[in-house]
Structure formats: C-alpha cells, structure tokens
Design a protein around this ligand. Structure first.
Ligand code: SAH
Ligand code: SF4
Length: 351
C-alpha cells in the first residue's frame, strides 16, 4: 500500500517536493488544499504532468472511498468506507440545520473487547493512518458539496466509530492537527469530541497536546468489579484513576468532560447504579450521556425501554447531575458502532 500524502502536514509536503522533486515551495500549498478537497493527483491540473506522475508513482492522494451509503428514516446517514487494502470502516452523519456532525472510525476493529460492542468482535485488524481518518472526513465533506474553511459542510466531528482512538494515539493526534489546520477543512477542536474507553496514561498525555478537544469517557458502570465484566480494559485502570485523569484534563484545558453510559437491562441500570454515579460525579464539571443499548445479534445483552432510560435520567438529575438521554438514531440502518461493518464482512464471506 502506498503512503497517503494526506497524512502529511503542509510543512512536510513542502520539504518533500523541494528536496525530492526539486519543485518550488509554493506548490506545496496548492497540493495541500487540493488534497483536502478530496482530489486525486491527476485532477490537480495546476501541477505539471511530470510532478503529477511522480506523486502518483510514490503516494496515494485520497486513501478512502465511500462504497455504500444508507439513509435512515430519521435522516441519519451511514457510510461504509473502503480502504486501499480492502478493509472497511464506517461513519455516521447526522444532519442539522446549522451543519452536519460526522462520527468516524479510528481503527479497523478494536482490541478492547467490550461485551456489548460489535467493533471489538474480531479484535483489532489495524490502526488507521492519520490520512485515512482524515480521508473519511474529506469524502463526506465532498459528498455534501463542502469546501475548505468557511465552505466546509461537516462542522462537528465525533471519534466514536470503530476503534479506540487513544490506542492509535500518534495517528489520531496527527489527524486532529490536520483537520483543524487553518488551510484545510479547519474544524475547530472545540467542535471535535474524542471518546475513549478510559486509557488513563493516554488521557493524561492528550491533556498536554494543546488541542482542547472535548473528552468523552465510556464509563458504563460506577462499580469497578461490574465494569471489568463488560469492559476488559477496566482491569487495567480503575474508575478512581479515570476520574483523576479527567480532572487533570479539565485543569489543563478548561473543557468540561462527558461520560457515556450505555444502559444495559438488568446489568447497570438499577437504582444503586444511579446512586453511586451521583456519589462519584456530583460537583464535577461533567455531563452524563445515557445511551440505550443497540442490541447486536452476537450477544444476549438487552437494552431497556425509553421510559426506563428517562427514569434513570430522573434519578441522576434529582441527585444533582447534568445528564441527557441520547436520541436513538439510525436504528434501522445498523446504527450501533461496528454493526454495519460486521454485516458487510458476513455478506462478503457468503458471496
Ligand atoms: N472506543 C471508544 C470510541 C468508540 S465506541 C469508546 O469505547 O469510547 C463509541 C461509543 O459507542 C462508546 O461509548 C461505546 O460504549 C458505544 N457503544 C458500543 N457498542 C454499542 C451498542 N451496541 N449500543 C450502544 N452504544 C454502543
Ligand atoms: Fe472498542 Fe469502544 Fe467498542 Fe469498546 S466500545 S470494543 S473500546 S470501540
């Protein structure tokens, strides 16, 4: 597989074309913006034929293609992205009046193995490069007719598709710098949320990157012992350590953090769970996002009703927490993390 030039910063492209191809430095800006618009090298007609050929020989431009789109009745749209080695990842687009929010993947599969999640079913296949993660955003921005900077159509990003972003730390941080770069799509880190299952040392490192993205942590239980049963990563890092890392993130960035809590019927949705959450989180600059489980056929875990979710929410709110129930979206299009990819893999096996 050729390396994608989309993984390169403007500075790195500049060095490359000057030193390797003997070009003038200003060409780098042209290449950078054309790449971020989703163009292939042959489309970059401002460049000489010779340069276009040389670039094509050694590098790829856009390393991601949309191969399938599914529209939900609620307006959510799901994308299946094909990578150059034949692997696929998925993304979900939510359209709002003021612009669109896109959920993207950071790895093919995931090694964390959470009990309720379809992405971790076959473990980790590989990390996505910075250019591949950026490629997902560029493909969808282009699909929506968007351009760079003010002309972008994707205005919010969530790193909540398949993969554990902090398990692919360097590429994800490089991606965050590229997608928020002033000459590119330029999505502000304030409009980007990164969700992690709680890799404490990496959360601390992220606080030092001067990036100020919104940090979201998948908690799913206020009890370490129960958390270990549904999230193997909990055997490594305790809730206490996670809370310390969140505090550190807030102290460094001033950003309020969010806890994701997938309600699993009979497992983590009882009164004692709400009470313990209140004890743990009250007074902290955080918000709790309750998510009703999207049931996947590979396990027996069940989600509760909408009414039960709102009852749990009521307990948290009366206890003084800021919380919401996340609207369930795209259920009819394999809405849960990793479900569409899993279906695609099964179908291609059958063919
Ligand atoms: N690996 C990161 C980000 C990707 S998962 C993380 O775990 O935070 C993004 C969110 O989707 C997580 O909060 C995860 O718990 C949730 N999720 C996974 N499978 C789900 C399912 N079947 N139903 C509802 N939410 C799910
Ligand atoms: Fe990985 Fe997140 Fe799925 Fe857990 S929930 S297996 S960390 S993608």
């Amino acid at each position: 597989m050729k390396e994608s030039l989309l993984s390169f910063s403007l500075e790195k492209i500049k060095n490359l074309i000057v030193e390797e191809f003997g070009e003038k430095p200003f060409r780098a800006g042209q290449i950078f913006s054309r790449l971020h618009l989703g163009e292939e090298f042959f489309e970059m007609t401002a460049l000489s034929n010779d340069l276009r050929e040389k670039l094509t020989e050694k590098y790829s431009a856009l390393p991601v293609k949309i191969i399938k789109t599914l529209k939900s009745t609620d307006g959510t749209e799901k994308f299946l992205f094909l990578l150059e080695d034949g692997n696929v990842v998925e993304g979900v687009l939510m359209r709002y009046k003021h612009g669109s929010s896109l959920c993207i993947s950071t790895q093919v599969g995931c090694r964390m193995g959470c009990a309720f999640c379809a992405s971790g079913l076959n473990g980790l296949v590989r990390n996505l490069s910075a250019g591949e993660i950026l490629g997902e955003v560029i493909c969808v921005n282009k699909y929506l007719g968007g351009g760079l900077g003010e002309k972008r159509k994707v205005i919010n990003l969530v790193l909540m598709g398949s993969g554990e972003p902090l398990d692919n730390y360097d590429n994800v941080v490089e991606f965050l710098r590229l997608v928020s770069f002033k000459d590119g799509i330029n999505i502000s880190p304030r409009n980007i949320s990164l969700s992690t299952s709680g890799l404490v040392p990496k959360m601390k490192r992220l606080a030092e990157e001067n990036l100020s993205v919104n940090l979201t942590v998948s908690l799913h239980s206020p009890f370490d012992e129960e958390r270990k049963k549904i999230m193997p990563v909990a055997k490594k890092y305790s809730i206490k350590e996670i809370l310390e890392a969140c505090k550190h993130y807030f102290d460094r960035t001033g950003r309020r953090y969010i806890f994701e809590y997938v309600l699993i019927k009979g497992e983590n949705d009882r009164r004692e769970h709400a009470e313990e959450l209140i004890k743990l989180l009250k007074g902290r600059p955080c918000h709790v996002n309750l998510i009703r489980l999207n049931e996947v056929k590979e396990n027996d875990l069940k989600g509760g009703t909408e009414k039960e979710a709102y009852q749990f929410l009521g307990l948290l709110e009366r206890g003084g927490l800021s919380a919401t129930v996340r609207r369930k979206m795209g259920e009819d299009i394999e809405g849960a993390c990793g479900q569409l990819r899993q279906k695609y893999i099964e179908q291609t096996k059958e063919d």
